[in-house]
Design a protein around this ligand. Structure first.
Ligand SMILES: [Zn+2]
Length: 329
Protein backbone atom coordinates (compact mmCIF):
# COMPACT_ATOMS: atom_id res chain seq x y z
CA UNK A 1 0.00 0.00 0.00
CA UNK A 2 1.10 3.57 -0.66
CA UNK A 3 -0.11 5.64 2.31
CA UNK A 4 -2.52 8.43 1.38
CA UNK A 5 -2.99 11.80 3.06
CA UNK A 6 -6.55 12.92 2.31
CA UNK A 7 -6.58 16.71 1.84
CA UNK A 8 -10.22 16.96 2.89
CA UNK A 9 -12.41 14.68 5.01
CA UNK A 10 -15.55 16.13 6.65
CA UNK A 11 -14.97 13.97 9.72
CA UNK A 12 -15.05 16.72 12.38
CA UNK A 13 -18.20 18.13 10.74
CA UNK A 14 -19.81 14.73 11.30
CA UNK A 15 -18.60 14.45 14.90
CA UNK A 16 -19.50 18.05 15.83
CA UNK A 17 -23.01 17.60 14.38
CA UNK A 18 -23.49 14.39 16.33
CA UNK A 19 -22.31 16.14 19.48
CA UNK A 20 -24.64 19.11 18.91
CA UNK A 21 -27.59 16.80 18.21
CA UNK A 22 -26.83 14.93 21.43
CA UNK A 23 -26.56 18.13 23.45
CA UNK A 24 -29.99 19.26 22.25
CA UNK A 25 -31.74 16.02 23.11
CA UNK A 26 -29.90 14.55 26.11
CA UNK A 27 -28.26 15.29 29.38
CA UNK A 28 -24.76 16.45 28.43
CA UNK A 29 -23.33 14.54 31.43
CA UNK A 30 -24.19 11.30 29.64
CA UNK A 31 -22.31 12.24 26.49
CA UNK A 32 -21.34 9.11 24.46
CA UNK A 33 -17.73 7.96 24.30
CA UNK A 34 -15.46 9.45 21.62
CA UNK A 35 -16.07 7.72 18.29
CA UNK A 36 -13.44 9.02 15.84
CA UNK A 37 -11.65 5.67 15.71
CA UNK A 38 -14.60 3.34 15.24
CA UNK A 39 -16.78 5.67 13.14
CA UNK A 40 -14.07 6.94 10.76
CA UNK A 41 -10.44 5.91 11.20
CA UNK A 42 -11.01 2.17 10.90
CA UNK A 43 -12.60 2.61 7.46
CA UNK A 44 -9.93 5.09 6.33
CA UNK A 45 -7.08 2.81 7.45
CA UNK A 46 -8.63 -0.06 5.47
CA UNK A 47 -8.14 2.02 2.31
CA UNK A 48 -4.59 3.07 3.22
CA UNK A 49 -5.68 6.58 4.19
CA UNK A 50 -2.96 7.18 6.76
CA UNK A 51 -3.76 10.81 7.48
CA UNK A 52 -6.21 13.55 6.61
CA UNK A 53 -7.24 17.14 7.08
CA UNK A 54 -10.23 16.49 9.36
CA UNK A 55 -12.60 19.34 8.58
CA UNK A 56 -15.44 20.90 10.45
CA UNK A 57 -17.74 22.90 8.23
CA UNK A 58 -20.69 25.23 8.39
CA UNK A 59 -22.18 25.00 4.93
CA UNK A 60 -23.25 28.05 2.96
CA UNK A 61 -26.54 29.37 4.38
CA UNK A 62 -26.31 27.50 7.72
CA UNK A 63 -26.45 29.68 10.82
CA UNK A 64 -23.04 29.90 12.45
CA UNK A 65 -21.69 31.75 15.44
CA UNK A 66 -19.07 31.55 18.18
CA UNK A 67 -21.00 28.84 20.09
CA UNK A 68 -20.35 26.59 17.11
CA UNK A 69 -16.61 27.25 17.37
CA UNK A 70 -16.73 26.35 21.08
CA UNK A 71 -18.26 22.96 20.12
CA UNK A 72 -15.61 22.52 17.43
CA UNK A 73 -12.76 23.14 19.88
CA UNK A 74 -14.29 20.81 22.51
CA UNK A 75 -15.00 17.96 20.08
CA UNK A 76 -11.60 18.18 18.33
CA UNK A 77 -9.77 18.10 21.67
CA UNK A 78 -11.84 15.27 23.13
CA UNK A 79 -11.77 13.07 20.01
CA UNK A 80 -8.07 13.50 19.24
CA UNK A 81 -7.03 13.00 22.86
CA UNK A 82 -9.03 9.75 22.97
CA UNK A 83 -7.57 8.52 19.67
CA UNK A 84 -3.93 9.09 20.76
CA UNK A 85 -1.46 7.35 20.24
CA UNK A 86 -3.22 5.63 17.30
CA UNK A 87 -3.82 9.10 15.85
CA UNK A 88 -1.42 12.02 16.22
CA UNK A 89 -2.48 15.67 16.02
CA UNK A 90 -0.19 17.21 13.42
CA UNK A 91 1.08 20.63 14.50
CA UNK A 92 4.19 20.79 12.30
CA UNK A 93 5.43 19.05 9.15
CA UNK A 94 7.77 16.90 11.26
CA UNK A 95 4.71 15.44 13.06
CA UNK A 96 3.18 14.61 9.67
CA UNK A 97 6.28 12.89 8.32
CA UNK A 98 6.72 10.97 11.59
CA UNK A 99 3.13 9.76 11.61
CA UNK A 100 3.14 8.76 7.92
CA UNK A 101 6.16 6.53 8.52
CA UNK A 102 5.17 5.17 11.95
CA UNK A 103 1.63 4.05 11.17
CA UNK A 104 -0.11 6.49 13.55
CA UNK A 105 -2.95 8.33 11.79
CA UNK A 106 -1.83 11.89 10.91
CA UNK A 107 -4.73 14.16 11.92
CA UNK A 108 -4.62 17.78 10.76
CA UNK A 109 -7.39 19.92 12.25
CA UNK A 110 -9.20 21.95 9.58
CA UNK A 111 -12.00 24.51 9.59
CA UNK A 112 -13.88 24.90 6.31
CA UNK A 113 -15.25 28.43 6.08
CA UNK A 114 -14.64 30.82 8.98
CA UNK A 115 -18.14 32.34 8.96
CA UNK A 116 -18.72 31.31 12.58
CA UNK A 117 -16.05 33.79 13.72
CA UNK A 118 -18.42 36.56 12.55
CA UNK A 119 -15.29 38.30 11.27
CA UNK A 120 -13.45 38.30 14.63
CA UNK A 121 -9.84 37.49 13.69
CA UNK A 122 -8.95 36.83 17.33
CA UNK A 123 -10.61 33.44 16.88
CA UNK A 124 -7.70 32.35 14.66
CA UNK A 125 -5.36 32.47 17.67
CA UNK A 126 -7.79 30.52 19.85
CA UNK A 127 -8.43 27.90 17.18
CA UNK A 128 -4.68 27.59 16.50
CA UNK A 129 -3.81 27.21 20.17
CA UNK A 130 -6.78 25.29 21.55
CA UNK A 131 -7.99 23.12 18.64
CA UNK A 132 -4.61 22.75 16.89
CA UNK A 133 -6.08 24.34 13.76
CA UNK A 134 -3.56 24.11 10.89
CA UNK A 135 -5.74 24.30 7.72
CA UNK A 136 -8.63 26.71 7.16
CA UNK A 137 -10.63 28.25 4.36
CA UNK A 138 -11.90 31.80 4.69
CA UNK A 139 -15.25 31.24 2.96
CA UNK A 140 -17.67 28.48 2.07
CA UNK A 141 -19.76 28.99 -1.11
CA UNK A 142 -21.46 32.12 0.26
CA UNK A 143 -20.04 35.56 1.04
CA UNK A 144 -18.91 36.36 4.59
CA UNK A 145 -16.96 39.17 6.31
CA UNK A 146 -13.70 37.83 4.81
CA UNK A 147 -14.63 37.50 1.17
CA UNK A 148 -16.80 36.04 -1.56
CA UNK A 149 -17.50 32.37 -2.05
CA UNK A 150 -17.85 30.39 -5.27
CA UNK A 151 -21.62 30.95 -5.39
CA UNK A 152 -21.54 34.47 -3.92
CA UNK A 153 -21.65 37.95 -5.38
CA UNK A 154 -18.41 37.67 -7.37
CA UNK A 155 -16.24 40.04 -5.35
CA UNK A 156 -12.85 39.21 -3.84
CA UNK A 157 -11.22 39.40 -0.41
CA UNK A 158 -12.41 42.15 1.93
CA UNK A 159 -10.00 44.23 4.05
CA UNK A 160 -10.85 41.95 6.95
CA UNK A 161 -10.14 38.96 4.71
CA UNK A 162 -6.69 40.37 3.96
CA UNK A 163 -6.04 40.77 7.70
CA UNK A 164 -7.18 37.20 8.33
CA UNK A 165 -4.95 35.91 5.51
CA UNK A 166 -1.94 37.77 6.95
CA UNK A 167 -2.72 36.32 10.40
CA UNK A 168 -2.91 32.79 8.96
CA UNK A 169 0.41 33.28 7.14
CA UNK A 170 2.00 34.53 10.38
CA UNK A 171 0.57 31.85 12.64
CA UNK A 172 1.24 28.98 10.24
CA UNK A 173 -2.28 27.96 9.16
CA UNK A 174 -2.35 26.59 5.61
CA UNK A 175 -4.93 28.51 3.56
CA UNK A 176 -7.44 26.33 1.70
CA UNK A 177 -9.17 28.06 -1.23
CA UNK A 178 -11.84 25.37 -1.72
CA UNK A 179 -15.21 27.16 -2.19
CA UNK A 180 -13.61 30.61 -2.67
CA UNK A 181 -14.91 32.62 -5.62
CA UNK A 182 -12.59 33.26 -8.58
CA UNK A 183 -11.79 36.85 -7.55
CA UNK A 184 -11.17 35.74 -3.95
CA UNK A 185 -8.78 33.07 -5.23
CA UNK A 186 -6.88 35.63 -7.30
CA UNK A 187 -6.66 38.00 -4.31
CA UNK A 188 -5.41 35.21 -2.03
CA UNK A 189 -2.77 34.10 -4.55
CA UNK A 190 -1.57 37.69 -4.93
CA UNK A 191 -1.51 38.48 -1.20
CA UNK A 192 -0.46 35.24 0.52
CA UNK A 193 3.17 35.14 1.63
CA UNK A 194 3.06 31.33 1.71
CA UNK A 195 1.87 28.66 -0.75
CA UNK A 196 -1.80 27.74 -0.53
CA UNK A 197 -3.96 24.72 -1.24
CA UNK A 198 -7.29 24.17 -2.93
CA UNK A 199 -8.16 20.89 -1.27
CA UNK A 200 -11.14 19.54 -3.15
CA UNK A 201 -12.22 20.25 -6.71
CA UNK A 202 -12.25 18.58 -10.11
CA UNK A 203 -11.60 19.70 -13.68
CA UNK A 204 -14.00 21.92 -15.63
CA UNK A 205 -12.38 20.60 -18.83
CA UNK A 206 -13.80 17.14 -18.00
CA UNK A 207 -17.10 18.29 -16.46
CA UNK A 208 -18.02 21.93 -15.85
CA UNK A 209 -20.33 21.98 -12.82
CA UNK A 210 -19.74 25.67 -12.08
CA UNK A 211 -17.25 25.02 -9.25
CA UNK A 212 -14.70 22.70 -10.90
CA UNK A 213 -11.52 24.55 -11.89
CA UNK A 214 -10.38 25.58 -15.36
CA UNK A 215 -6.90 24.52 -16.46
CA UNK A 216 -5.77 28.13 -16.12
CA UNK A 217 -6.99 28.33 -12.52
CA UNK A 218 -5.25 25.02 -11.72
CA UNK A 219 -1.99 26.33 -13.22
CA UNK A 220 -2.21 29.62 -11.29
CA UNK A 221 -2.18 27.69 -7.99
CA UNK A 222 0.69 25.46 -9.15
CA UNK A 223 2.70 28.49 -10.35
CA UNK A 224 2.40 29.94 -6.84
CA UNK A 225 3.93 26.75 -5.38
CA UNK A 226 0.56 25.44 -4.16
CA UNK A 227 -1.44 22.26 -4.28
CA UNK A 228 -4.79 21.20 -5.78
CA UNK A 229 -6.74 18.15 -4.62
CA UNK A 230 -8.98 15.97 -6.78
CA UNK A 231 -12.31 15.05 -5.19
CA UNK A 232 -14.52 11.95 -5.47
CA UNK A 233 -17.95 13.56 -4.90
CA UNK A 234 -20.48 12.46 -7.54
CA UNK A 235 -21.54 16.08 -8.16
CA UNK A 236 -17.94 16.93 -9.10
CA UNK A 237 -17.50 13.98 -11.45
CA UNK A 238 -20.57 14.12 -13.73
CA UNK A 239 -24.18 15.40 -13.95
CA UNK A 240 -26.69 13.97 -11.48
CA UNK A 241 -28.45 11.86 -14.11
CA UNK A 242 -25.23 10.44 -15.54
CA UNK A 243 -24.88 7.57 -13.07
CA UNK A 244 -22.57 5.62 -15.42
CA UNK A 245 -19.93 8.31 -14.89
CA UNK A 246 -20.16 8.35 -11.10
CA UNK A 247 -17.25 5.96 -11.21
CA UNK A 248 -13.59 5.34 -10.38
CA UNK A 249 -12.84 5.54 -14.12
CA UNK A 250 -14.29 9.07 -14.34
CA UNK A 251 -12.41 10.08 -11.17
CA UNK A 252 -9.17 8.97 -12.86
CA UNK A 253 -10.04 11.09 -15.92
CA UNK A 254 -10.32 14.15 -13.66
CA UNK A 255 -7.16 13.26 -11.73
CA UNK A 256 -5.09 12.60 -14.87
CA UNK A 257 -6.31 15.84 -16.41
CA UNK A 258 -5.45 17.73 -13.22
CA UNK A 259 -1.93 16.29 -13.21
CA UNK A 260 -1.54 17.33 -16.85
CA UNK A 261 -2.68 20.88 -16.13
CA UNK A 262 -0.99 21.55 -12.75
CA UNK A 263 1.98 19.16 -12.87
CA UNK A 264 2.76 16.09 -10.79
CA UNK A 265 4.36 18.23 -8.04
CA UNK A 266 1.16 20.18 -7.41
CA UNK A 267 -1.65 17.61 -7.23
CA UNK A 268 -2.95 15.65 -4.25
CA UNK A 269 -5.96 13.58 -3.24
CA UNK A 270 -8.74 15.70 -1.70
CA UNK A 271 -11.02 12.74 -1.46
CA UNK A 272 -14.00 14.35 0.29
CA UNK A 273 -15.85 11.10 0.95
CA UNK A 274 -18.99 12.06 2.83
CA UNK A 275 -21.36 9.17 2.31
CA UNK A 276 -21.69 9.11 6.14
CA UNK A 277 -23.34 12.56 6.16
CA UNK A 278 -26.14 12.02 3.64
CA UNK A 279 -28.82 9.63 2.40
CA UNK A 280 -28.14 7.70 -0.82
CA UNK A 281 -30.66 9.92 -2.63
CA UNK A 282 -28.79 13.06 -1.57
CA UNK A 283 -25.38 11.54 -2.19
CA UNK A 284 -25.31 8.62 -4.63
CA UNK A 285 -22.36 6.28 -4.28
CA UNK A 286 -19.51 6.38 -6.80
CA UNK A 287 -18.85 2.89 -8.16
CA UNK A 288 -15.38 1.69 -7.19
CA UNK A 289 -14.99 4.64 -4.76
CA UNK A 290 -17.91 4.10 -2.41
CA UNK A 291 -16.04 5.22 0.71
CA UNK A 292 -12.52 5.71 2.08
CA UNK A 293 -11.93 1.96 2.36
CA UNK A 294 -11.67 1.93 -1.48
CA UNK A 295 -9.04 4.68 -1.73
CA UNK A 296 -6.16 2.36 -2.71
CA UNK A 297 -7.96 1.76 -6.02
CA UNK A 298 -6.73 5.26 -7.00
CA UNK A 299 -3.13 4.29 -6.21
CA UNK A 300 -3.48 1.05 -8.17
CA UNK A 301 -4.90 2.95 -11.16
CA UNK A 302 -2.08 5.54 -11.07
CA UNK A 303 0.59 2.81 -10.97
CA UNK A 304 -1.18 0.89 -13.75
CA UNK A 305 -1.26 3.96 -15.97
CA UNK A 306 2.53 4.37 -15.82
CA UNK A 307 3.33 6.83 -13.03
CA UNK A 308 6.46 5.87 -11.11
CA UNK A 309 6.36 4.88 -7.44
CA UNK A 310 8.02 8.21 -6.61
CA UNK A 311 5.40 10.21 -8.56
CA UNK A 312 2.56 8.28 -6.95
CA UNK A 313 3.94 8.95 -3.47
CA UNK A 314 4.10 12.66 -4.29
CA UNK A 315 0.45 12.67 -5.32
CA UNK A 316 -0.57 10.45 -2.40
CA UNK A 317 1.02 12.58 0.36
CA UNK A 318 4.48 14.02 -0.23
CA UNK A 319 3.27 17.09 -2.14
CA UNK A 320 1.00 17.92 0.80
CA UNK A 321 3.90 17.47 3.23
CA UNK A 322 5.96 19.98 1.23
CA UNK A 323 3.21 22.62 1.01
CA UNK A 324 2.24 22.09 4.66
CA UNK A 325 5.86 22.64 5.70
CA UNK A 326 6.01 25.84 3.61
CA UNK A 327 2.81 27.09 5.27
CA UNK A 328 2.89 25.74 8.83
CA UNK A 329 6.58 25.05 9.49
ZN1 LIG B 1 -16.20 21.52 0.79
Amino acid sequence: MVPIFDLHADVLMDLVRRDEAFSKSHNADRRPAPELEERHLSRMRAGGVAGAALADCRMAGEPAGPEHLESFIAVARRELAAAWPGAVTVLRAADLRGAMSSGAFAAVVCCEGLSATLGDIGWLWRLYGEAGLRVASLTHNDDNPFGCGALGSGGGLTEKGREALAAMNRLGILVDMAHAGAATRRDILAASSRPVMLSHTSCAAVYDNGRNLSDEALRDIADAGGLVGCMTSPAALAPAGDRANHSLERYMEHLNHMIGAAGVEHVGLGLHFCEYLYTREEYPLVSGLEDASRAQAIIDALLASGYSQNEVEKIAWRNFARVFEDAAG
